[in-house]
Design a protein around this ligand. Structure first.
Ligand code: PMP
Length: 355
């Protein structure tokens, strides 16, 4: 640390992304990426657009925003695209939350929320999930703070109903309700249509999961115009060209190819259903999943040991060293072939484990 770093930043505990070890080939089931490639049109974008890279991108990403607005049935002024949805979350924590404008989110959720809060200098409250790991909607209703939550939630994979999102948005027009829908396409109802009804609702989605573009870094945020204008104030004070030319084209191709998107999502859902049965037959307790990952624990082996034993066998999953979930691992749904390698590794590990 240099002597120049600001005090508030010196205390930050930065986010730790899922590991990307290079020592050998791994079956990578640790960061909830899509196991299938981006749609064919996205793959051809690179050749056509490369020559234009000498020019800045369109700061408004107008073509992409139009395509998104058309698909989701909202107005263009209600859509903002960002460099991954993480960037949109960073913008909104900075724009709306501080010491006085406190925010609340579940205690077990996307690990970046408390970090964004610290980065923004905001106070925050962590609302415990219920015993069954579902989001405690009643406790969120009781909290007077602004709200951020993922639906489906991560790393549990559980969801809340749209009627509950509506109750939260309705509970107090003076508090913001931010729904992080990174995994929504795999099994929850989206709150995007509700932004027409509630002035205090923001919905954040990503191209990283259901549209296979994690590496392109693209997120989309839906909100009433006044809120989006605030986010744009942050964006234009930070990085006006936040979405590069290639990514804008890739995103447009991915939005337009609805058939490919549907096919990929359905394949992931089918593999997820089979994987839950398979893991249960190996003795795992598996939470119901409405996302592209499974959250599972086994009586005979702790989460950390299981993660290490799988890594040893070339399979990466994610373990969180945190109270209540330390016994679990989070497994991204891969291709059927990748899952077969996972099952074989698990079988081998469990045969050698007597706890
Ligand atoms: N929200 C949740 C709940 C996530 O799990 C992730 C992925 N780590 C993100 C947001 C960020 O996704 P991205 O920045 O790739 O759009």
């Amino acid at each position: 640390m240099s002597k120049f770093l600001k005090e508030g930043y010196a205390r930050l505990v930065p986010y730790v992304p899922g590991e990307q070890p290079k020592d050998r080939a791994y079956v990578k089931l640790n960061t909830n990426e899509n196991p299938y490639p981006p749609c064919p049109a996205a793959q051809s974008v690179l050749d056509d657009e490369a020559k234009l890279l000498r020019l800045y991108s369109d700061p408004e990403s107008s073509e992409l925003v139009r395509a998104i607005a058309d698909l989701y049935g909202v107005s263009e002024q209600n859509v903002l695209v960002t460099n991954g949805s993480d960037e949109s979350l960073a913008f909104l924590f900075c724009a709306f939350f501080d010491q006085k404008r406190a925010v609340a989110f579940p205690d077990i959720t996307y690990g970046f929320y408390p970090i964004f809060a610290d980065y923004a200098g905001a106070s925050y409250e962590e609302i415990p999930l219920r015993e069954d790991f579902t989001i405690d909607v009643e406790a969120m209703l009781r909290s007077k703070k602004h709200l951020v939550f993922a639906n489906p939630n991560a790393p549990t994979g559980l969801k809340i109903e749209l009627s509950d999102v509506r109750r939260l948005a309705q509970s107090d027009p003076d508090r913001l309700v931010v729904v992080d829908e990174a995994y929504v396409d795999f099994g929850a109802d989206s709150a995007v249509p509700l932004i027409k009804e509630y002035d205090n609702l923001i919905v954040v989605q990503t191209f990283s999961k259901s549209r296979s573009l994690a590496g392109a870094r693209l997120g989309m945020t839906f909100a009433p115009k006044a809120l989006l204008d605030d986010l744009k104030t942050v964006k234009y004070s930070f990085n006006p060209y936040n979405v590069n030319r290639l990514t804008e084209k890739l995103g447009k191709a991915a939005i337009e190819d609805v058939a490919y998107f549907t096919d990929c999502v359905n394949k992931v859902k089918k593999t997820r259903t089979e994987a839950k049965v398979r893991l249960e037959s190996l003795g795992f307790f598996v939470l119901p999943s409405y996302s592209n990952f499974l959250f599972a624990r086994h009586e005979r082996i702790g989460g950390k040991d299981l993660y290490l034993a799988l890594k040893d066998r070339g399979v990466l999953v994610r373990h969180f060293d945190k109270a209540r979930i330390a016994d679990f691992v989070r497994v991204t749904v891969g291709t059927d072939e990748q899952m077969d390698i996972l099952y074989a590794a698990l079988q081998d590990i469990l045969e050698k484990t007597t706890r």
